[in-house]
Design a protein around this ligand. Sequence first.
Ligand SMILES: [Zn+2]
Length: 202
Amino acid sequence: MSALTPMQRRPAPVHYSEVNGVPHGAPAVSGGELTAMLRDASFYDRPDTRSAKAAHMAVVSSHLTTRVGGQLGALAAACDPSSIMLCDDLPLDAHDVAKTARCHRRACEALFAASERQHSDLEHIRSYYRLEQRIGVRVGLGLRVRHDGHPGVIIDTHGQYLVLRRDGENYTVTVHATSGMEYEGPDGWVPAVPLPDPYAAV
Ligand SMILES: [Zn+2]
């Protein structure tokens, strides 16, 4: 068995505004893709303005400690989730953050790399299968799905395939976007419809 990817090692990704009760280390997403954020320096007496400029990959943290009180955020930097609190009022599309503006510590760098790969895969999946236009579902990380009837969540992409973690299981499965899939859309569960066979229309 191959080594686990950075996404497989972590709890399922969640929307950055819905982190209550979410396990420590879960990556935060916005718009169905990984999000990066700037350090929240507001509660330091003397903010470190040099490192404050780097964007970190956002993960849920239950290990943050506050020194001066005030509202304690639940999002932290992947590279140091116990001590770098992030400013969650400015979620950035991670794949879009300039390389010079990124944190290059190992855990952040791994998730930045994942965000670029996933963005490319998701753009392809969205434009090829057109699920948003056909069934009203925008495919992305953290989306609830059922695969062959088993509920789970999209945790990653693999080329033109989606990587799921089914509820109650810790391994992942790689699936085709329209085969045996249902998606939780804005109006409830909808089955994915395979693309029409181009030869059938002739
Ligand atoms: Zn970092």
